[in-house]
Design a protein around this ligand. Structure first.
Ligand code: 5GP
Ligand code: ZN
Length: 110
């Protein structure tokens, strides 16, 4: 099982901030900003390259819930980040979106 599948299964502890049947959101263990949340589908999708018509419902579920998750952390302005693949710095091979905020972020993407 991958690291995030282990977190979803409850085998590795995490600080959960939102959970439903399809998605889980938890605090990043190494936050880069005052708010840094990871949102994952509860099924193993390796990366954004593996989103298909069959599993894209999980992605829309995530994006429908992101505003609520952000609001629960006290923010309504934030950056959503997805690293896809090695060169982009994807270290965990389970599709995830970072919600980063709680401070004034730099204007540049990279
Ligand atoms: P990536 O670099 O793949 O886009 O993001 C992976 C993220 O997962 C990193 O920001 C890293 O800090 C976070 N992370 C790695 N291991 C753990 C863990 O065991 N628990 C939590 N909560 N976050 C983790
Ligand atoms: Zn996984």
């Amino acid at each position: 099982m991958c690291l995030f599948c282990e977190i979803i299964a409850g085998n590795i502890p995490s600080t959960k901030v939102y959970e439903d049947d399809n998605i889980l959101a938890f605090k990043d263990i190494n936050p880069v900003a005052p708010v840094h949340i990871i949102v994952v589908p509860k099924v193993h999708i390796e990366s954004a390259n593996d989103i298909t018509a069959d599993n894209s419902k999980y992605v829309s579920d995530i994006f429908e819930k992101i505003p609520e998750i952000a609001k629960s952390q006290g923010i309504d302005s934030y950056r959503i980040i997805n690293n896809c693949g090695e060169d982009a710095g994807q270290t965990v091979k389970h599709l995830h979106f970072h919600i980063v905020g709680g401070t004034k972020l730099g204007e540049k993407i990279v």
